[in-house]
Design a protein. Sequence first.
Length: 117
Amino acid sequence: VQLQASGGGLVQPGGSLRLSCAASGSIFSINDMGWYRQAPGKQRELVATAGGNTVYADSVKGRFTISRDNAKNTVYLQMNSLEPEDTAVYYCNAGVVTLRGRSLEVWGQGTQVTVSS
């Protein structure tokens, strides 16, 4: 099972970006899908998850929106009103049950988001 993330880039403060992450492989079902980020010199932190409940970090509430397309095994993160503090590598994450019945936690490769003027 693999997660492929895309959509990062350079954006000015106040701008928007949309991240996408598609899961592929021997998937039976996906439970939670979400986004984490890691800024230089900092620990990886939760941004948002979507599963039974939708959870956002306090720092992104009202600016970021997570959504899922279950038919495509894809999770999106719409990021608006971006701030320099949002600069980080963004990682997608999924809890997957494989066709063989194994439960896996899978991470994508990360996509860089840079907010700078």
